[in-house]
Design a protein around this ligand. Structure first.
Ligand code: FES
Length: 169
């Protein structure tokens, strides 16, 4: 995990208490890592290293194991997402209809890597598994908003739209 920040005092203590309560109520906490991480991400929006460390301590497992799971699954974010968190579905239906091109258009245009945030904090882009809207493949979501039948051009329009929205506010 390298040079990292493990001080849990800097985390939102109210959210941490909610996570603690959730863990305390689990029957087999040490076998519930994925569930705990889902709850942690729901509460905090992402799972930074100090939160991973907290989870590891509470579940009595190694921090490296927690980090391994967070890094492996693309639906867990270590970094704080951008104001506009873009997800590109890479499930089979979306993949065969060109989701990869859409994903790369977004990443190349924003000049970021998957899972990272633009320098201005506006955009983050990640890939996700099937979100259950295969009839609209390829699907992109920005927060709660769903875009269906997306293309590389639509990916560019999405970026322009949210840039504009940000500039208006
Ligand atoms: S494969 Fe993309 S929504 Fe199902």
């Amino acid at each position: 995990m390298g040079n990292i920040h493990l001080n849990v005092d800097t985390l939102d203590q109210e959210k941490l208490a909610l996570l603690q309560t959730y863990i305390d109520e689990l029957e087999r906490p040490e076998e519930s890592l994925i569930h705990v991480l889902h709850r942690a991400q729901k509460l905090f929006g992402h799972i930074p290293h100090n939160l991973q460390f907290f989870v590891a301590k509470q579940l009595h497992i190694g921090a490296a194991r927690v980090n391994g799971v967070v890094s492996f699954y693309s639906f867990f974010n270590e970094d704080k997402p951008g104001k506009y968190d873009i997800s590109v579905c890479m499930g089979t239906a979306c993949y065969v209809r060109g989701a990869e091109k859409v994903l790369h258009t977004l990443l190349d245009t924003l000049e970021i890597e998957k899972g990272k945030v633009t320098d201005d904090g506006l955009f983050s882009v990640r890939d996700v598994r099937c979100i259950g809207a295969c009839g609209l493949a390829p699907v992109v979501t920005v927060g709660e908003k769903v875009y269906g039948h997306t293309t590389e051009d639509i990916a560019l329009d999405i970026i322009d739209y949210y840039r504009g929205e940000h500039n208006e506010n």
